[in-house]
Design a protein around this ligand. Structure first.
Ligand code: PLP
Length: 489
């Protein structure tokens, strides 16, 4: 399969690229993205055929339909990492929470958030492409908390790859920070930045676009790449768990084969939702994809009105920080898939230059045939956490936003799969507050009180973080980041 560009071709980039090329250099002509030229059709018998397949077998079958230029042995090695999730035979448990609401838990990997679903296999694939080309890569990441730990975990000690990971000092939870600063592999550099996430993110964007920075890397024989969620190497692994979760409902006798369901996704950069959209287009029986946001509700606006408007908006901090996003990058791939490259270029140019765009009535109708959206305020989310805990299920604040869309966005009584994107351990102060009213500033206090209240134990993998050696001690001003990275290399 080849990949083409969402904003058309500028005559300088190649018109089509392979999967590995799309991974190594993810930015296409006019700042666009690479998208599959066409999507494979799973076909009538695929779901039936894979009813008894385990996760890895299913994943291999789906990936083989994409016909990507990665050796089977590498794919096997990449997928074998799911065997290190809590239950090797079922890395993504799907739990019934109430009558027609099922939760698909995407956080049973090493860093306890759903970023592992894609980044774990992605690390193997990227490192193996770099090795086979005999090239060295620097992966730059900026994180508000979940991507950083997952990227470090996947690339640690991998050949031909080094990682520089920047986080806002004081802007992550204790657990998230400890997950990063206790990583001690020689190919990893973690940098705390004085400032907020936007400062960190802007520095990343500046470095990725800087020709002088790239020239300095070239002297060291290093190429620059990024592991953010616009990279198709991550998206491809996010189609799989949607198919798996559907099959899990069939196996639990909740639905019969071919019965339609709602997919209900907490969204920021729209990677998870895009994976669901691709799965639907490949033939998964999905009625609609419900998009949940927090107060940063730009997606609710887009799907409700067809208007994407950044003019009056600034990012506000919420209790679901991984969704505190206004520029939702993967929406571009939906626009491209529905309306083509010329129209996508037009819309993205308007967004860049005028800070807004408006879909036509017909375009909006097409969008609404697939998606429905709403947003959940922190106060409502807190109530959902509390009520759902009383019903016997403990969830994190990102997952909680989906309970709002479950209540407001469904117009048919169909089974609904809510995607849970983080374990309770990653956002414990918010959850402890919801359950008991206490206000904890330290994660360790919140973790202990939730464990006590719920009668569960804090997982070792989290508990151990508090006793580990701090290996990464760098905290710098924004302007010192570049020097810091170059001296690490
Ligand atoms: C990254 C993240 C999200 C948002 O996922 P997208 O694919 O960017 O929409 C939601 N919840 C958590 C916990 C995350 O880490």
């Amino acid at each position: 399969m080849k990949f083409i560009e969402t904003r058309g071709n500028d005559g300088q980039h190649p018109e089509k690229v392979s999967f590995s090329e799309a991974i190594l250099a993810p930015i296409a002509s006019y700042g666009g993205l690479y998208s599959p030229e066409s999507l494979p059709d799973l076909g009538d018998h695929f779901l039936q055929h894979h009813l008894a397949s385990d996760y890895k077998t299913l994943a291999k079958a789906i990936l083989s339909r994409f016909e990507i230029d990665i050796d089977e042995a590498v794919i096997d090695q990449a997928l074998s990492l799911y065997s290190q999730f809590d239950d090797p035979s079922n890395p993504v448990p799907v739990v019934k929470v109430k009558h027609d609401l099922y939760v698909s838990e995407l956080w049973h990997g090493p860093t306890r958030a759903f970023k592992d679903m894609a980044l774990q296999p992605f690390g193997v694939v990227l490192s193996s492409i770099a090795q086979s080309r005999n090239e060295n890569y620097l992966i730059l990441t900026a994180t508000s908390g979940d991507t950083g730990p997952a990227a470090l975990e996947t690339f640690k000690n991998k050949k031909n790859v080094q990682v520089a990971c920047m986080y806002p000092d004081g802007g992550t939870s204790d657990v998230q920070r400890l997950q990063m600063v206790t990583e001690d592999a020689a190919n990893l550099k973690v940098i705390g930045v004085k400032g907020d996430f936007d400062d960190t993110q802007n520095t990343l964007k500046r470095l990725l676009a800087s020709n002088t920075f790239k020239a300095k890397l070239k002297e060291k024989n290093i190429h620059l790449s990024a592991a953010n969620s616009v990279n198709f190497g991550r998206i491809i692994f996010q189609t799989i768990y949607h198919v798996h979760s559907y099959l899990e409902l069939v196996r639990q006798n909740a639905i019969s084969l071919a019965e339609k369901v709602y997919l209900n996704v907490p969204s920021g950069n729209f990677g998870n939702a895009l994976g669901g959209y691709y799965a639907m287009k490949m033939g998964l029986p999905v009625e609609k994809i419900l998009i949940a946001s927090n107060k940063n509700n730009i997606l609710t606006q887009l799907i409700g009105t067809g208007c994407y408007d950044l003019r009056e908006s600034t990012v506000v901090a919420t209790t679901s920080p991984a969704m505190d996003i206004l520029i939702s990058s993967n929406v571009e791939r939906i626009l491209f898939d529905l309306f083509g490259d010329e129209r996508t270029q037009e819309l993205m140019t308007q967004l860049n230059e005028k800070k807004h765009y408006q879909l036509t009535g017909n375009e909006l109708k097409q969008l609404q045939a697939i998606f429905s959206a709403d947003f959940c305020e922190d106060k409502e989310g807190k109530q959902y956490i509390k009520d759902t805990f009383a019903d016997g299920y403990l969830m994190d604040p990102h997952t909680a936003t989906c309970f709002k869309t479950y209540d407001t966005c469904r117009d048919k009584p169909l089974k609904t799969i809510v995607y849970s994107t983080a374990e309770w351990t990653k956002f414990s102060p918010v959850i402890a507050n919801a359950l008991t009213g206490e206000v904890d500033t330290q994660d360790i206090d919140a973790l202990q009180s939730i464990a006590k209240k719920a009668g569960i134990t804090i997982p070792d993998i989290i508990n151990e973080l508090f006793d580990k050696n701090i290996a990464q001690k760098t905290i710098v001003e924004k302007k010192e980041i570049e020097t810091e990275i170059l001296s690490f290399l």
